[in-house]
Design a protein around this ligand. Structure first.
Ligand SMILES: NC(=O)c1ccc[n+]([C@@H]2O[C@H](COP(=O)([O-])OP(=O)(O)OC[C@H]3O[C@@H](n4cnc5c(N)ncnc54)[C@H](OP(=O)(O)O)[C@@H]3O)[C@@H](O)[C@H]2O)c1
Length: 260
């Protein structure tokens, strides 16, 4: 069991933190004593998200666009100046994408998807690892992957490829950072009941599609955001000190196969 004080004195940075899975991750880390840095583009949304966290006295907001490298450089320079350390990075940011036929994905969409899902994770990881190495911190990095990289579906080529690249990026980085005792892992959610997923339920066609999808989850329900956050916190904690390069599906068995 993780102690209530597991992250006391630790600085945790969570990207894509103003809603959904990212917000729940921030809530769990604040409950365990962490200084939490929440990052997203829209400051008003970030403020509302922070206000929804019960223990928010040590929660700090930074708004920037993480698909732009110069904004990432600026973010980590401010974090270094203000906090002097970073113990945990959660690359939660990931852009949901509508279905697009295999031959209709233009270069702009490929680039946007990779900038948001893959390159942002890479650049944040490099910047966080630089601080960890400089300060001798045996840190943890958790990247959010997706069942879409494991259970392939037509119409999601760009999203699946970008998330598969996050999985591979994680394994290679785990090798590169092992000599500094920095661990890098993936939590790979299956369908999760975030606000966005729930809002799609207003559309009758979507309701039917989601009902079909539900049948394919062996444990019989969507993930709660807390299911995903539990796994992220575990992999960031001392209880996972010998785990690196792992891809941990948190999907109720969705990517194993189908039940009959
Ligand atoms: N929900 C699912 O069913 C599911 C399933 C599998 C995997 N995942 C993965 O889990 C992670 C979280 O998913 P989610 O559904 O909770 O996300 P979400 O609800 O779409 O939230 C995305 C967050 O990222 C921020 N954001 C978007 N673009 C940004 C940018 N360019 N720079 C900085 N911040 C940005 C958004 O705030 P702003 O708009 O204000 O920037 C928001 O806080 C993602 O990596 C996703 O791919 C989710």
């Amino acid at each position: 069991m993780i102690q209530d004080s597991e992250f006391t004195g630790k600085v945790v940075l969570v990207t894509g933190a103003s809603q959904g899975i990212g917000l729940e991750i921030c809530k769990q880390f604040t409950d365990l004593g962490a200084t939490v840095i929440m990052v997203a583009r829209n400051l008003e949304k970030l403020e509302a998200a922070r206000d929804s966290i019960p223990n928010n006295s040590d929660v700090h907001l930074f708004h920037c666009d993480l698909s732009v490298e110069s904004e990432i450089v600026d973010l980590f320079s401010k974090v270094r100046e203000r906090f002097q350390q970073i113990d945990v990075l959660v690359n939660n940011l990931g852009a949901y994408s509508e279905k697009v036929d295999w031959n209709k994905i233009d270069h702009d969409l490929w680039i946007k998807t990779f900038e948001t899902n893959t390159l942002s994770a890479y650049s944040c990881m490099v910047k966080a690892a630089e601080i960890m190495i400089e300060k001798g911190i045996k840190g943890a990095i958790v990247n959010l992957g997706s069942s879409s990289a494991l259970q392939l579906k037509q119409g999601r080529m760009h999203y699946s490829v970008s998330k598969a690249s996050v999985h591979t990026l994680t394994k290679v980085a785990a090798l590169d950072l092992a000599k500094y005792q920095i661990r890098v892992n993936v939590v790979s959610p299956g369908p999760t009941a975030t606000e966005i997923v729930q809002s799609r339920m207003g559309d009758p066609v979507q309701v039917l599609q989601e009902a079909e999808r539900l049948k394919k989850i062996p444990l019989g329900r969507y993930a709660y955001t807390s299911d995903i956050a539990n796994a992220v916190v575990f992999l960031s904690s001392s209880k996972a000190e010998f785990i690196t390069g792992a891809i941990l599906p948190v999907d109720g068995g969705y990517t194993i196969g189908e039940t009959s």
